[in-house]
Design a protein around this ligand. Structure first.
Ligand SMILES: *Cc1c(COP(=O)(O)O)cnc(C)c1O
Length: 384
């Protein structure tokens, strides 16, 4: 393909760790003619987004909006605003994204206290309790849905421990958002960030965030300036709320149109129904894969419905199968990361990609490959 050719990518069936497939209404909203980022009509769009984010996160937090950058920027927004050099932060790590939090904490000049769990298991609250003995960190951070391993972390016990130690409770909800329950207020989460391209099924590039009054108080009491100009909440918030609505940066207008439409689709479906759909399609996939000889990395009670970590049969040439899925069937699934590379697949059933048809397409493609070309996708004995 040359730069002169028209843009021409295949229509993929997106079943990896994100992005997920996008509803045609969202694509259409993205092609809405631009308005200025301070146009009164655009400010209304921002207000609509804020209201729908509050509803989907089950929070009344005033400071709820979408950072104009992907999930990792939401992560950075939470940490750079709440941490100052010399602070201490307890970070729960059981996969790639816990590691990323820990990395950013260090870059903030704060001290990391890590509580690690094996990849594929949730972090044990008893270990967090132990680590908090005689410590009062500024915050405790944890990943709700660890996309690198497929683990769902129960949040309430950790929230209680964090608050008892006088810390803020910070949650990565990038993959859980709109795919499984999040009760921000009831679970007393102080700062939360998420993403648009996973179970919300909007295009990548925005990160919904929300901050409790307690978090805002910590922000107000900072002794040093936030080192990031772009992510400094004290300035961004004047664009998203208040009477003045001052220019801060040029908002990605088209992406915001898409976000508004995607949130509307969630509200139309209803949260409970949406969570149930994710759960049922996960069960359908699980049964089909188990019949083909695949296992699951995570214990049933901690499995994510939207991200399935499946253990591969030892005979499977996994790279070849993923290549064939993409080239012959237009199906994208994810490989394993780190130590899990070559051992697991990460199959996403997120948002618009969580349908019976997605599940059946993948299962039937796998069955066809196993039946029609077993030698091509089987490890030869000398390698086994
Ligand atoms: C995808 C993801 C992120 C990062 O989001 P980007 O949009 O890729 O920056 C962070 N945390 C978790 C749990 C994720 O799944």
């Amino acid at each position: 393909m040359s730069y002169r050719d028209p843009l021409n990518t295949n229509t993929r069936i997106l079943m990896g760790p994100g992005p997920s497939n996008v509803h045609p209404r969202v694509l259409k909203a993205m092609s809405t003619p631009l308005v200025g980022h301070l146009d009164p009509q655009f400010l209304e769009v921002m207000d609509d987004i804020k209201v729908m984010l509050q509803k989907t996160l089950q929070t009344k937090n005033h400071l709820t909006f979408a950072v104009s950058a992907p999930g990792s920027a939401g992560m950075e927004t939470c940490l750079v605003n709440l941490l100052e050099p010399g602070d201490e932060a307890l970070v729960c790590v059981n996969g790639v994204f816990g590691n990323r939090i820990s990395d950013i904490v260090e870059r903030c000049g704060a001290k990391v206290v890590r509580v690690d769990a094996p990849w594929g298991e949730p972090v044990d609250p008893e270990q967090v309790k132990e680590a908090l003995r005689n410590r009062s960190p500024k915050l405790v951070a944890v990943v709700h849905a660890e996309t690198s391993t497929g683990v769902l972390q129960p949040l309430e016990p950790l929230s209680e421990l964090a608050h008892r130690a006088g810390a803020l409770f910070v949650v990565d909800a990038v993959t859980s958002f709109c795919g499984t329950e999040i009760k921000m207020d009831e679970w007393q989460i102080d700062a939360l960030y998420s993403g648009t391209q996973k179970c919300l099924s909007a295009p990548p590039g925005l990160s919904p965030v929300s901050f409790s009054e307690r978090a805002i108080k910590v922000l107000k009491e900072r002794k040093t300036r936030v080192q990031s100009w772009f992510l400094d909440l004290t300035m961004v918030k004047n664009y998203w709320q208040g009477a003045k609505r001052a220019y801060h940066h040029t908002a990605p207008v088209s992406a915001m149109f898409a976000l508004r439409e995607a949130l509307q689709l969630v509200m139309e479906e209803g949260l409970e129904k949406r969570f149930m759909r994710h759960k049922q399609n996960h069960e359908l996939l699980r049964d089909g894969l188990q019949a083909l000889g695949f296992g699951f990395l995570v214990k049933p009670e901690f499995r994510l419905p939207m991200l399935n970590s499946v253990v591969l049969p030892s005979w499977l040439e996994e790279v070849e199968v993923r290549k064939r899925l993409l080239e012959a069937y237009d199906i994208e699934i994810g490989g394993g990361l780190g130590d899990l590379a070559g051992k697991i697949w990460r199959i996403g059933l997120m948002g618009e990609s969580s349908t019976k048809n997605h599940v059946n397409m993948l299962l039937s493609a796998l069955k066809t490959m196993i039946e029609d070309s077993p030698s091509a996708i089987t490890k030869s004995l000398k390698h086994a």
